[in-house]
Each structure stands twice: as structure tokens, then as C-alpha cells.
Design a protein around this ligand. Structure first.
Ligand code: PHE
Length: 338
């Protein structure tokens, strides 16, 4: 019996294989329920007393060797597998998916392009604004009902600060730092405490424009807006409807003629063919004075539009929430620029 164990010790020591099946049958052969080791252990009771000690220690060695052998062969196999993965430079790489630009970003760049072609510069400002730049300087004093036109998120610890409700605040900052002539557009994120629905969201994007010089008139505003709508929509037919903004006088809302060709056109224009796309007006003299620009010498116009609204029209998207969900299936549709 002892010589049999010794024989197996030699066999185990010599055993070598990288074949998974061979390693597995070696394992079953030795430590399976009816395997070699079980047999030897069962025989223990028949071993003469004088040999029990030697038999037991040899058998334990055999068991240890078998387990070590199996583990080391498995380990070797695993590392050789990963070696070959790293080492084989001819293997094709993993496909890298390319992303796409966000539709808001695409439309924003198009609008910026259109205005830069006629000399508008870009200006940016902070998203957390103070009362002065977002309201007071724009002719919306404290406690004036016009503040309710835009429901505001105030900073809880200091209500003199708020999340800007429009990028008109950037225009104030720009006028405080620059002398006319001024020609600038301010894109950015704005925040309003509104109920989220398919048509409105608390966070959206605006581009506002400002032009200040000597003798700027309403005609200049209308011509600039016609040029803009022609460049973006291929249609320059616009109409201006009288409106009210505290920072412009007179003020207007701009509609473009969208047409009534399809059922969607009927739906989104409510059967009129006209669509509102932005607000505008001549900068109120009070606003110029607040920025130390002499309203006797200078005049100017301002306009502001929501990028989401334009993107919804151009891409025929009927739910604003889709822009913020980052669903890859939605975003992948905008690979090409308009
Ligand atoms: N700031 C206005 C808004 O957010 C838009 C606007 C800008 C209107 C400039 C007139 C002139 O609604």
C-alpha cells in the first residue's frame, strides 16, 4: 500500500497539462468522491498498526500535492490566457462609439454663427447673479409686479443672490464695462421656478442680443431680425406684435411665418401659421442710465430667444424634457448638423 502511495506521489509530481479537460479529469481521478485519495483513506483502517504513521503522513502529502498541482495548473492557464490577450497586437480593438453633439449645442452654435457674421461679439456672465444685474438695473425695482413675470429661484442663505432668470443680466455687465458702440450676444443657461411640462422646464438656454450706438432705431432691429430668421429658418417673413418688457420701450414679440403645410404645422401654430420665437425692443433709457450710458446720445435694441424653443421647431420635437434626459437613443439622432 505504501509503495502505491509513493507511486502516486511521483505521478502527481510529473503531471503537467494546460488542457482544461485533462486538468479536470486529473482532479476527479484524485479527489472525486470515488477517487484515488478516498480509496486510500478508506484503506487506512486495514493498514497494520506499525505502518499507520508512515501511511498517514504519506497520504496527507499526496493530498496536499494533488491540491497544489491543480491550483498551480489552473493559475498557469489563466495567466497564459491573459498574456496572449495582451500580447496579440493583431487582435481587432474594441469598437469605440463616437458621441454626437447635443441638439441644444448645435442650434446654439448656428445662432452664434449667424450673429457673428454681422459683427456681434460673444459675452458671458455668472449663473448665480445679484439682484442688481438680474432685476434692478433692468428697470425692475424691488417689489415691482414685473418681477412676477419670471418666477425666481433665490439663494436661500442670501436672497440678494439668485439663479439668473435671463441672460439680460449679462448685457448689464457688458454695458458697465464697455462703451458704445456695443454689439454683443450672450448665450447661457437660465433658471425659472416653473412647473415642468412638455413645453416648459426650470432650466433652459437663452441667447440675448444687444446693440447700442448713435441713431439706432426700430428699423435696425427689424432688419437684423429678418436677416436672422432668413439665415436660420430660410424664411424672413416676420411680424412684430406689441408687448411689454420692463427693460425695453417699445417692446415687441417676434413671430415668424411657419406655414400650414402639414398637420404638425397646424398643431404647433394653433392653425394660424405664425409662431412666436422671441422678445425684443428698444433698450429703455433708464437701463442705459443705470449703466452710465447717455440716453440722449445713444440708443439701442435688445432681443432674447429661447434655444430649446427654436430647436423644438427645427427638429420637430414636441417635448422639451427630452433635451435633459440624456437618453442616448434620442441624442444619437443629431449626428449631422442642420
Ligand atoms: N429677457 C427677456 C426674457 O427672458 C427676453 C427679452 C430680451 C425681451 C431682450 C426683450 C429684450 O423673457
Amino acid at each position: 500500500m505504501i509503495s502505491e502511495i509513493k507511486k502516486h506521489l511521483e505521478i502527481v509530481a510529473k503531471f503537467n497539462s494546460s488542457n482544461e479537460k485533462e486538468i479536470e479529469s486529473f482532479r476527479i481521478n484524485y479527489i472525486g468522491r470515488k477517487g484515488v485519495l478516498t480509496n486510500f483513506f478508506n484503506e487506512f483502517k486495514n493498514v497494520p498498526k506499525s505502518s499507520k504513521k508512515e501511511y498517514g503522513s504519506l497520504l496527507n502529502n499526496l493530498k496536499k500535492d494533488v491540491i497544489n498541482k491543480i491550483n498551480s495548473l489552473k493559475l498557469k492557464k489563466q495567466s497564459s490566457l491573459s498574456d496572449s490577450k495582451i500580447g496579440d497586437y493583431s487582435r481587432p480593438g474594441f469598437p469605440i462609439k463616437s458621441g454626437s453633439r447635443h441638439p441644444i449645442s448645435i442650434i446654439k452654435s448656428r445662432i452664434i454663427d449667424i450673429f457673428s457674421q454681422i459683427g456681434f461679439s460673444l459675452s458671458y456672465g455668472p449663473e448665480i447673479e445679484d439682484d442688481w444685474h438680474n432685476f434692478s438695473a433692468l428697470n425692475i425695482p424691488k417689489f415691482h409686479p414685473a418681477r412676477d413675470m419670471q418666477d425666481t429661484f433665490f439663494i436661500q442663505t442670501n436672497p440678494d443672490y439668485l439663479l439668473r432668470t435671463h441672460t439680460s443680466s449679462v448685457q448689464i455687465r457688458y454695458m458697465e464695462k464697455n462703451k458704445p458702440p456695443i454689439r454683443t450676444i450672450s448665450p447661457g443657461r437660465v433658471f425659472r421656478n416653473e412647473v415642468i411640462s412638455s413645453r416648459s422646464h426650470c432650466i433652459f438656454h437663452q441667447i440675448e442680443g444687444l446693440y447700442i450706438d448713435k441713431n439706432v432705431s426700430f428699423i435696425d432691429l427689424k432688419e437684423t431680425l429678418s436677416y436672422f430668421t432668413k439665415s436660420l429658418f430660410g424664411n424672413s417673413k416676420i411680424r412684430l406684435r406689441p408687448s411689454y418688457f420692463p427693460f425695453t420701450e417699445p417692446s415687441a414679440e417676434v413671430d415668424i411665418y411657419w406655414g400650414l403645410k402639414t398637420e404638425t404645422d397646424h398643431r404647433i401654430t394653433k392653425g394660424t401659421g405664425w409662431l412666436e420665437i422671441m422678445g425684443c425692443g428698444m433698450v429703455d433709457p433708464n437701463v442705459l442710465e443705470n449703466c452710465k450710458i447717455d440716453p440722449e446720445k445713444y440708443s439701442g435694441y435688445a432681443f432674447g430667444l429661447g434655444i430649446e424653443r427654436i430647436a423644438m421647431l427645427l427638429y420637430q420635437i414636441d417635448d422639451i424634457r427630452l433635451f435633459y434626459e440624456n437618453d442616448i437613443r434620442f441624442l444619437n439622432q443629431f449626428k449631422s448638423t442642420l
